[in-house]
Design a protein around this ligand. Sequence first.
Ligand code: F6P
Length: 324
Amino acid sequence: MKKIAVFTSGGDAPGMNACIRAVVRTAIFRGIEVYGITYGYDGMINGNIKRMQSHSVSNIIQRGGTILKSARSESFRTKEGRQKAYDQLKSFGIEGIVAIGGDGTFTGAKIFFEEFGIPTIGCPGTIDNDIYGTDYTIGFDTAVNTALEAIDKIRDTAAAHDRIFFVEVMGRDSGYIAVECGIGGGAEFVMVPETETDLKKVVKSLKNLRKSKSSSIIVVAEGDEEGNAELIMDKVKDKVNDEDKEFKVTTLGHIQRGGNPTARDRVLASRCGMAAVEGLINGESNCMAGVVNGDVTYTSFEDCIGKTKPLKGDHLKLIEILSI
Ligand code: F6P
């Protein structure tokens, strides 16, 4: 393998830059020319492909976002778009690809590999931590810590005014961010899509609130089946029906996607980036480099996309025991 390309796709995640850096420097260390594709699959189709050197990735390990930009491509969903992307890669002589992103990115990579056969390895870059085949995804730890910092601040003002706050966090269909910042932030309730949300229980506890404590933090994962935080708050408020209780909603939103990656994310990203390049050299393909139980592993795209990663049982237990 003489030339490889790297790109980021889907929602950006803190640590993607550290991963790009590891890919570029490992490739150079191994005597491979490395190219950066900007704007994900759209950039591949449009030929936004540039040679990268060691200095191209200087001073980025600590930066959030992605120097290669990101996009969610509609054109790549079409056969015509993928053909154009293949033609572009061929014209640059690219023989291997490292795709940094989440399940949408890997779905595209799998189809592309099956159609055109260019060896491809993925690195799990998403704050959602919803990818099978890695204990954690790049960006998750940073997002949890960002949400946690916000929850700590909300708790101060919640306590000062005896208010009940519904805090909505990201995660798409996954409750991982909600669970970890809920445990870390001492939330009274955590609502996630993976388990049925018992609003009756929440209402009952909030009705009794004055007896035990005066303020509450309820963390709501954006994918919860009862709706978003605003909707859930309305339902609960209606049932609690107590004019003395004040309810507020805070939606943390895209703040969770930015910021300097934590040490844990930088190390994970660097390990996955190096493993992706080493994997390509050793003939691995159509799979993702992740870290399971502390060790680097390769998991087929098929499993990464097709299998679900359940929440940890003891996490759910902790929430139950430590809540209201
Ligand atoms: O997948 C990452 C993520 O931040 C999800 O948690 C969220 O649902 C989604 O992306 C938001 O996407 P966008 O930035 O396109 O609004």
